[in-house]
Design a protein around this ligand. Structure first.
Ligand code: GDP
Length: 360
């Protein structure tokens, strides 16, 4: 399944963050059949458009898009050589679609840092080095076999070339997600090796509340990981926010100058890092967001609701969320010519409000 794997050194706030995320869980009731492991949290993608749709359509309930986070504990220096949980850890991270790296930037002297000093840049380097070493091992193990295959099968040449180029990049200390495109490496060819550093990365900087408004400080941290996305939060505050009634939570946020919980931002950025977007459906029963990959066609989008919808797809009646809201109702949007009939080649756009027509 599609998920974000939370990694980071010990004591950086991973569990604090994960617990806050999962307490936030509004989804359990909507996904009763999901078997959820203790280290997996399924949270709802915050989307104010669903509230507006539910009001317009008098929907009984709101179902946001689910986003899965997996708490992958146990990454320590030397993990690629079997330290700590070593290989077990690496197997877990291999299953994640994208990597969410938590980095300590808070200064609390009561919380011991494993290396004795707070240094976001060296922590990131430590983690990335372990992932890079693991990838190098994977490539070194696979190359002899791949080279043998390439001798008898021409179509295996690209993967040999890509794997060799990847090893070179990794040896320079660069992750594939940061450097493969620039180095012209064919990442499609590498897919079968399930390399860790080729996954999309995002970074969560766990900062002191007082620093959340310090733009210079945040810009320095952002520069460490660009072009990957960075989210800033105080995980301790986030875990307190979750316990508060809504009005008190809003007050606390306002007092630290934040427009929304850091968790909401993380879920949104995480969703985007996974390469996903949503389309919307609305009716008296529910207002709902459905998850599709960027670039999905209308029949593929229909298939997310039910495979019969995809098989029997005829067309999709689509209005963009903004047009619908501007018109004020579906009837008015139709009268204004804003509701389109789209066929099987239509590429879905984020925020399309959809009704599918299909044969059963
Ligand atoms: P993990 O080992 O990465 O899972 O880290 P934990 O979430 O267990 O946090 C380690 C310690 O740091 C705990 O005592 C937390 O209460 C504390 N901690 C986590 N986040 C913050 C934070 O943002 N600020 C401060 N001051 N302490 C934090």
């Amino acid at each position: 399944s599609i998920s974000l794997g939370i990694v980071g050194l010990p004591n950086v706030g991973k569990s604090t963050l994960f617990n806050a995320l999962t307490k936030n869980d509004v989804l359990a009731a909507n996904y009763p059949f999901a078997t959820i492991e203790p280290n997996v949290g399924v949270v709802g993608l915050p989307d104010s458009r669903l509230d507006a749709l539910a009001e317009m359509f008098d929907s009984v309930k709101i179902v946001p898009a689910p986003v899965s986070f997996v708490d992958i504990a146990g990454l320590v220096r030397g993990a690629s050589k079997g330290q700590g949980r070593g290989n077990a850890f690496l197997a877990n991270i291999r299953e994640a679609t994208a990597i969410c790296q938590v980095v300590r930037a808070f200064s609390d002297p009561n919380v011991v840092h494993v290396d004795g000093k707070i240094s976001p840049s060296s922590d990131i380097e430590t983690i990335n080095t372990e992932l890079i070493l693991a990838d190098l091992q994977t490539i070194e193990r696979a190359l002899p076999r791949l080279e043998k295959e390439a001798k008898v099968r021409k179509d295996r040449a690209p993967i040999v070339a890509a794997a060799s180029a990847a090893a070179e990049l990794l040896n320079e200390g660069t992750t594939l997600s940061a450097g493969a495109a620039k180095a012209g490496i064919d990442t499609e060819a590498l897919r079968e090796l399930h390399l860790l550093t080729g996954k999309p990365f995002l970074y969560v900087f766990n900062v002191d509340e007082a620093e959340l408004g310090n733009e210079d400080f945040l810009a320095e941290l952002r520069a460490l990981v660009a072009p990957a996305e960075a989210v800033f939060m105080d995980a301790k505050i986030e875990s307190e926010l979750i316990e508060l009634p809504e009005d008190e939570a809003r007050e606390l946020l306002a007092s630290i100058g934040q427009p929304e919980p850091g968790l909401d931002q993380l879920i949104r950025v995480g969703f985007r890092t996974l390469g996903l977007q949503t389309y919307l459906t609305a009716g008296p029963k529910e207002a709902r967001a459905w998850t599709i990959p960027v670039g999905a066609t209308a029949p593929e989008a229909a298939g997310v609701i039910h495979s019969d919808f995809q098989r029997g797809f005829i067309k999709a009646e689509i209005v963009s969320y903004d047009d619908l809201m501007a018109a004020g109702s579906m009837t008015a949007a139709k009268a204004a010519g804003k509701v389109r009939m789209e066929g099987k080649d239509y590429i879905m756009q984020d925020g399309d409000v959809v009704e599918f027509r299909f044969n059963v």
